[in-house]
Design a protein around this ligand. Structure first.
Ligand code: NAP
Length: 289
C-alpha cells in the first residue's frame, strides 16, 4: 500500500508516521517539501505519487489566531480537504481526514453523535465544518475522524502548557465549565490503523477517549500524576473559574462530550478512558525534556 501522509510534524502526524509504517510505503513531505497552501503543488504531488491512501493530519490548529488569520485558516482547513477529496477521487485513493468537536454547537450536556446538528461557535470550527462537508459532498472514498482535546508529548497542547506554567507559577486559574475528553495523538493514530486494516466503511466517525472532564479536572489529574513522577511543581493553589473569567478571541464550546459508539461498534473495539493514557504521555514528555 502506498500512503501519502500530510502534517507529519504535528501531534497526530508524528504518531501516524510510526503507526502507519507496517501498512506500507509512506511518503510524508514536510512543509519545505510541500506547502499545503499551494493548491497546484498539492495536486501535482498527489498526481505524481498516486497513493492508495491520503492521510491528512495537517491543519490550521491555532483556534484564536484563526479569528484574524481567516484566509489561511480557511485555506488549510476547508479548501485543502476539498482539493484532497477531488485529487483522491481522480487517482482512486481513499482519503483519511481529521476534524473536531468544535463543529458541534457546544450547548447542553449530551454527547454529540455524528448525526447531531453542527453549528460551530468560532471561525476555526466553521473552517473544520466546511472541510468535512466538502469531503462528504465530493463523492470520494473517505474517512473523517472528529476528535477532541488532542495532546501528546510533542507540539503545543494543554498538558505541556500546564507543566510549563508549573515551573514558574504558584497559583493557576483553570476553566471548570468546559467539558470534554482529552485524547492522545497516539490513540488517534492507532485507531486510524485499525480502521484502514478493517476497511471501515466510508463516513464520519467521532474518535475520542472515554470519559468527560473539565480543563480544571484535567489539570488536577496532570499535577497528581507528575507528583508521582518526581516533577518539581511550584503550584501551591489552583482555582476553578468559569469561561467568562478567561476571555479569548475565539469563543469556546462548553460541551465537547463525544459519543463514539458508531466507531466502536464498527471496529468492534472499546476506546480507552482518558485516564489510561495520561501517565504514559506524561512519562514520555518528561523523559524527552
Ligand atoms: N489539537 C487539538 O486539540 C485538536 C482537537 C480536535 C481536532 N483536531 C484536529 O486534529 C488534526 C491534527 O491536529 P494536531 O493537533 O496534530 O495539529 P498540529 O500539531 O498543529 O499539526 C499541524 C500540522 O499541519 C502542518 N501544516 C500546517 N500548515 C501547513 C502548510 N501550509 N504546509 C504544510 N504543512 C502545514 C504543520 O506543519 P509545521 O510543523 O510545518 O507547522 C503540522 O505538521 C487536525 O485536523 C485538527 O484540526 C485537533
Amino acid at each position: 500500500m502506498k500512503i501519502l501522509l500530510l502534517g507529519k510534524s504535528g501531534q497526530v502526524g508524528f504518531e501516524l508516521k510510526r503507526a502507519l509504517s507496517p501498512l506500507g510505503q509512506i511518503a510524508a513531505p514536510n512543509r519545505q517539501e510541500l506547502d499545503l497552501s499551494d493548491s497546484d503543488a498539492v495536486s501535482d504531488f498527489v498526481n505524481k505519487t498516486k497513493p492508495n491512501v491520503i492521510v491528512n493530519a495537517a491543519a490550521w490548529t491555532n483556534v484564536d489566531a484563526a479569528e484574524t488569520e481567516k484566509e489561511l485558516a480557511y485555506k488549510l482547513n476547508a479548501e485543502l480537504p476539498r482539493l484532497l477529496a477531488n485529487c483522491a477521487k481522480a487517482v482512486g485513493s481513499k482519503l483519511v481526514h481529521y476534524s473536531s468537536d468544535y463543529v458541534y454547537p457546544g450547548t447542553g450536556t449530551q454527547a454529540w453523535s455524528e448525526e447531531s446538528e453542527t453549528n460551530p461557535l468560532n471561525y476555526y470550527g466553521m473552517t473544520k465544518h466546511d472541510g468535512d462537508q466538502t469531503i462528504v459532498d465530493s463523492g470520494s472514498d473517505y474517512l473523517i475522524f472528529r476528535t477532541s482535546w488532542v495532546y501528546s508529548a510533542r507540539r503545543n497542547n494543554f498538558m505541556k502548557t500546564m507543566l510549563r506554567l508549573a515551573e514558574s507559577k504558584k497559583e493557576l486559574s483553570i476553566i471548570n465549565d468546559q467539558v470534554g475528553s482529552p485524547t492522545t495523538a497516539r490513540l488517534i493514530a492507532q485507531t486510524t490503523v485499525l480502521a484502514l486494516r478493517s476497511n471501515l466503511q466510508a463516513g464520519v466517525y467521532n474518535l475520542a477517549a472515554k470519559g468527560h472532564i473539565s480543563w480544571y479536572q484535567f489539570a488536577k489529574a496532570i499535577f497528581n500524576q507528575v507528583e508521582v513522577l518526581n516533577f518539581n511543581s511550584s503550584i501551591e493553589r489552583m482555582n476553578a473559574i468559569p469561561t467568562e473569567d478567561y476571555p479569548t478571541p475565539a469563543k469556546r464550546p462548553l460541551n465537547s462530550r463525544m459519543n463514539t459508539s458508531k466507531l466502536e461498534s464498527a471496529l468492534d473495539i472499546t476506546l480507552p478512558s482518558w485516564k489510561d493514557e495520561l501517565s504514559d504521555t506524561l512519562e514520555e514528555y518528561l523523559e524527552r525534556k
